[in-house]
Design a binder for this molecule. Structure first.
Ligand SMILES: [Zn+2]
Length: 463
């Protein structure tokens, strides 16, 4: 995610287990209502592993109403008597588990579902939820004070959901540690384009409406899913190295293009593939929408979403997230610097690549511009707290950490580390400890002091 400087919103921006214990652990019991994230205790759900979402959403921009049906295929990780899904505000009209009507109750943002029979540990099951209503975006301090989620535009909707807004438009296990593949079918009025993740499978007319089917065949965190709808000029092709590219730009913004979104996306996708390792997804691209109320851009998987035409630097940031955030995802939200520190560092690498500034100079500029008494230095990067998880320190001090690491271990080890990281945790989840261990392994150095100083301590570190 990247903040837009031009946002109109004011941005403040034992091994001795007894037979009894074994018997108790296999007795069917309810799945936990959260996945155990300290910042968002109720996000995600316990007792199952989400494997594939089939999302069907019909949206009418005139009434702002969404009618949806989600079929989730999941694998039980315990014997389940009941389990939860996350869904905010929308109304549920029916739920089936394995094709049989299931009992459900709502409490807050949780749906508790009780199937007719026990779901056995290790077995796949399907749950189909039929639901609808007018989705509401979220707000508050988390995302630079901006609203986010399902956001109505002049001609449709802009959908960007980090960290916790996916469950405002589809029932899910809404946490990045429970990744799944997706089929996303969007029904929208004829004449509008519906853009989502992965590759376009088909479009067909249905009365006055168009059904567009997208498929994301690589694991994806819920917050990276989109169903952005509107008038778009679409350009497709391949990057010079051959990666399919799909760029959708709101024609309203055609005159305000100061950057060639298609060209920069193609060039940066190929360049990062050399630096960070093979591009992890089937397609690259961009969604550029006229959504002034969203003061940010988001690294939507395979197609970053820009709430206006953004700078070259923002584009390279969001594309770096395809490796750092989208393919290698956080285990818990407190690990967010593994996304934002790396994507910010990628902006510094891009300046180095362009010959405009070395990463060392970018580091010094950021370091020297902030006096020791600045509140900037009071955020603990490796545990920034929920409401300040997107504080500028997570980005900038996170990137400074990587430059400090590079200068300590040298370029050879550093540029071995980055692709090793994306390969080791490709399509999975990782945390800060995992990164520190890999950095020590590849460099052969003890790095506790460096990480302690930059990631786990507040105050301005001495150079
Ligand atoms: Zn970002």
């Amino acid at each position: 995610m990247a903040l837009s400087r031009s946002a109109r919103l004011g941005v403040l921006v034992t091994a001795a287990a007894s037979f009894l214990a074994i018997a108790a652990s296999s007795a069917p019991r309810p799945g936990a209502d959260g996945i155990g994230d300290p910042y968002f205790p109720q996000l995600g759900n316990g007792g199952f592993d989400a494997r594939h979402y089939a999302l069907d959403v019909a949206y009418n921009p005139d009434t702002d109403r969404l009618d949806g049906r989600t079929t989730l295929t999941a694998r039980a990780t315990q014997n389940l008597s009941s389990f939860d899904l996350d869904l905010q505000k929308l109304q549920v009209t029916g739920i089936e588990v394995n094709g049989r009507r299931a009992h459900f109750t709502r409490e807050g943002d949780e749906i508790r579902i009780t199937p007719k029979g026990v779901l056995s540990k290790g077995r796949d099951f399907t749950v189909t939820v039929t639901y609808g209503g007018v989705p509401e975006p979220l707000g508050g301090p988390i995302v630079f004070g901006s609203s986010y989620g399902w956001m109505k535009t002049a001609d449709g909707v802009f959908v960007a959901c980090e960290p916790n807004a996916a469950s405002t438009w589809f029932p899910s296990s809404d946490h990045p540690s429970d990744k799944a593949t997706y089929d996303i079918r969007i029904t929208a009025p004829k004449g509008l384009t519906a853009v989502s993740n992965g590759r376009l499978i088909s479009t067909h007319g249905e009365g006055g409406r168009t059904v567009t089917h997208w498929r994301e065949s690589r694991p994806m965190a819920t917050y990276l899913a989109t169903a952005t709808i509107g008038k778009f000029d679409v350009k497709t092709g391949r990057t010079p190295s051959g990666i399919p590219i799909y760029v959708a730009i709101d024609p309203v913004l055609a005159g305000s293009n100061s950057v060639d979104v298609y060209g920069v996306t193609a060039e940066a996708t190929d360049y990062w593939s050399k630096i960070f390792g093979p591009y992890p997804f089937e397609e690259t691209g961009a969604i550029v929408d006229d959504m002034p109320e969203a003061g940010f851009s988001l690294e939507v998987q395979s197609k970053p979403a820009y709430s206006a035409v953004r700078s070259e630097s923002t584009i390279v940031h969001e594309l770096a997230h395809q490796w750092f955030g989208d393919s290698v995802s956080v285990e818990h939200w407190k690990d967010i610097w593994l996304n934002e520190g790396f994507a910010t560092y990628a902006q510094w690498l891009w300046s180095e690549h362009r010959g405009t500034a070395s990463a060392h100079d970018s580091f010094l500029a950021g370091y020297n511009s902030r006096p020791a008494d600045s509140s900037f230095w009071q955020v603990k990067v490796a545990d920034p707290q929920r409401d300040t998880m997107f504080a500028s320190a997570v980005y900038q001090r996170g990137a400074m950490t990587l430059q400090a690491l590079r200068e300590r271990i040298g370029d050879t080890a550093f540029f071995k580390l980055l692709p090793a990281w994306t390969k080791l945790h490709r399509y999975g989840n990782a945390n800060t400890d995992d990164f520190m261990r890999l950095a020590e392994k590849i460099s052969g150095q003890q790095l506790d002091d460096l990480f302690q100083k930059w990631l786990f301590t507040t105050g301005k570190p001495a150079l």
